[in-house]
Write a new protein. Structure first.
Length: 258
């Protein structure tokens, strides 16, 4: 609607050949307070400490010198910086931040840190920022204000279905931390009629989504693909270097070889 600003972070992070700082700012003015806050919220500080040039480390095209988790958190940082910047400098606007499965490239420990430090950060909660997170990680459902389940319709495989759960998140599962689908699966299996109840419909979708979850996720808490740097005289350099040329006449040895 009018007066609403949208920020977006995709599952496949778009990274361009520029320093990390420029990838996060993405042509917005630099606000030191917001930038430092974003670095902490997206758990980027340990990565910066491992890079020779910190936030000014140059990223290769498509983030070739970064791990999947690092690219995901830099993409998240860009969306969060955009949302916080507009929330601070344009208080008349409502902010919506769309996060498309940003946790899929993170391990369980880093995912929990991102959710705690970023998605539930006071500035995100109190800054009129609506957060829409697409994720298969049901352990975070208890933090949601509204839950929407997407999946294929069990009555018609060629049609998608959407189920909105408007009740309190605590009642969605008896124990939101555990992935216990038993109370849904039991009712679904006991139903022999051709018409399914909403609970049975929801149970089948949740069970199918659980089965399709990836078993292993890429750990990113250890430094993986570090910045490709050329060491010369024990000093790290950026990817792009100034061209070196010799000035003077051609050596006689070169002419003889030619």
């Amino acid at each position: 609607k009018k007066g609403t600003h949208f920020s977006f972070s995709s599952q496949q992070s778009w990274i361009f050949n520029a320093p990390i700082k420029d990838n996060i700012l993405f042509h917005l003015p630099f606000d030191h307070e917001i930038f430092d806050k974003v670095v902490s919220m997206c758990c980027l500080r340990p990565d910066f400490d491992s890079f020779a040039f910190k936030e000014m480390t140059e990223i290769g095209e498509k983030g070739i010198n970064l791990s999947g988790g690092q690219k995901s958190r830099i993409g998240l940082g860009r969306a969060v910086y955009d949302a916080l910047f507009h929330s601070k400098h344009h208080p008349e606007k409502s902010i919506v931040i769309l996060l498309d499965d940003i946790l899929s490239a993170l391990d369980a420990n880093v995912s929990a840190q991102v959710v705690d430090n970023c998605l539930t950060h006071p500035d995100m909660v109190q800054g009129r920022i609506t957060r829409i997170l697409v994720s298969h990680q049901i352990q975070f459902l208890h933090l949601a204000d509204q839950i929407v389940v997407l999946g294929s319709d069990p009555l018609d495989p060629h049609r998608s279905s959407i189920i909105s759960f408007d009740g309190p998140p605590s009642s969605f599962f008896e124990d939101p931390i555990s992935s216990s689908f038993s109370m849904f699966s039991t009712s679904s299996s006991s139903s022999s009629s051709s018409t399914q109840s909403p609970d049975d419909h929801l149970a089948k979708i949740l069970t199918e989504n659980e089965e399709n979850q990836p078993q292993e996720q890429e750990p990113i808490n250890e430094p993986e693909k570090k910045v490709v740097a050329i060491k010369e005289e024990k000093e790290s350099t950026q990817i792009t270097q100034e061209e070196l040329r010799q000035v003077g006449s051609i050596k006689l040895s070169i002419l003889k070889d030619y």
